[in-house]
Structure formats: C-alpha cells, structure tokens
Design a protein around this ligand. Structure first.
Ligand code: ATP
Ligand code: MG
Length: 187
C-alpha cells in the first residue's frame, strides 16, 4: 500500500515524548478537532509530532466509543482510522489516473488524515487543485487532519492562498531547533 497507518519510524511517538509547549498545542488541537498545521525546518520533529498527535487522537476516539458502549450495550465503530501519507508519495499516486480518484476519495473521507511534507516538491496546477479539493472537503465537513510542511504559512499563502487560508484556520504549531537526525548536532 502507498498510503497507510502511522509509519514504523514514528510508532514510539506519544504525547509524553513531546516538549511541554508542543504538547500543549497538540492538546489544544485534540480538543478543537479540525486542522493541525505543523511547520518548521528539516529534522525538528514535525513527522514525529504528527504521529504523536494522531496516536493521541486514536486513543481519544477509542475512549469515546467505549463510553458509548457502556450506554448502549454494544461497541460502536470507534472511527479511529488514520490515513497517513507523505505528500510526495501521494502526488505520484494522484498523477497515476488509474488510482488517483479513489485515493483522493479516501483522503476526503478518512477518519483522520495526515499529510506529511506538503510543499516539498514542485506541484503542477492539476496536483494543487486535487490537494485543494481534499483540504476543502475536510474543511467543509469539519473532519480532522494534520499537515506538516517545511514551508511557513506565509510562503504557503503566497503559493496557494485558498489552501493556506484553510490550513491556517486551526491550531498552528511552529517547531524550531536543530536537526534531531544529525547526531552531535550541526548547530
Ligand atoms: N520528541 C521526540 N522524541 C524523540 N525522538 C524524536 C522526537 N522528535 C523527533 N524525534 C526523532 O528525530 C527524527 C527527526 O524527526 P522528524 O522525522 O519528525 O523530523 P521532520 O521535522 O519531520 O523532518 P523533515 O522535514 O526532514 O521531514 C525522527 O526520526 C525521530 O526519531
Ligand atoms: Mg518529516
């Protein structure tokens, strides 16, 4: 599969692993729903934070379903499925017309959508229009989603104003610091 659940690299992510201010923003998003936009340079932990947020969201959805189960005597569908995709990967699939539309439909309808690494490649007008249609659908139906990007909201707004307007409408988390991947720190 090209689009899937939280990747192996980020399986250990949880709210407990986040810095206090970052965690606070993620919790704000958990309460509000809608969109969590995570910006920052490479290696600062955007994908990790997205995974921690997605897992906390799953736990919340399961807890809601369990509470309902006590009231109703049966367990309703927890609606806790995460659809995680890196945007460059997704872009490749969308260009492939055979599967493109069904993947777009999954992105529109997923319980939680995570779009990792938006803006890291040059997108055609067609591609931007397809992504916009996903974002606008989730915005319209008030479905939660998380977007990580190396670009600032200001840059996104210059490139894609209508998309950026929606992406910036929820909780914005700007991460900074050094690249966590470079051991010994290239500061
Ligand atoms: N809070 C954290 N606790 C432990 N490890 C972390 C944390 N944040 C990030 N890491 C580790 O640092 C590495 C880099 O983080 P991550 O991949 O999330 O960066 P990124 O901002 O998404 O980078 P890029 O823009 O290149 O995609 C990850 O592989 C992860 O293992
Ligand atoms: Mg990343």
């Amino acid at each position: 599969m090209m689009i899937h659940d939280i990747p192996t690299r980020f399986q250990a992510a949880s709210l407990d692993t986040l810095d206090a201010q970052v965690r606070q923003k993620v919790e704000e998003w958990l309460d509000a729903g809608e969109v969590l936009l995570i910006t920052g340079p490479t290696g600062v932990g955007k994908s990790w934070t997205a995974a921690a947020a997605a897992k906390a969201w799953q736990q919340k959805m399961r807890a809601i379903a369990e509470r309902r189960a006590e009231e109703r005597g049966y367990m309703p569908d927890p609606k806790d499925k995460v659809l995680w995709s890196s945007v460059p990967t997704l872009a490749g699939i969308i260009r492939d017309m055979e599967h493109g539309e069904s993947v777009i439909a999954h992105c529109r309808e997923a319980h939680l959508l995570v779009l990792d690494d938006l803006g890291s490649e040059k997108a055609s007008e067609y591609l931007v229009e397809r992504f916009y249609s996903v974002i606008d659908h989730r915005y319209a139906w008030i479905r939660p989603y998380i977007v990580s990007t190396n670009l600032s909201l200001a840059t996104l707004a210059q490139m894609w104003p209508r998309m950026a307007s929606r992406l910036g409408s929820g909780v914005i988390l700007s991460l900074s610091g050094s690249d966590r991947r470079l051991k010994g720190g290239a500061k």
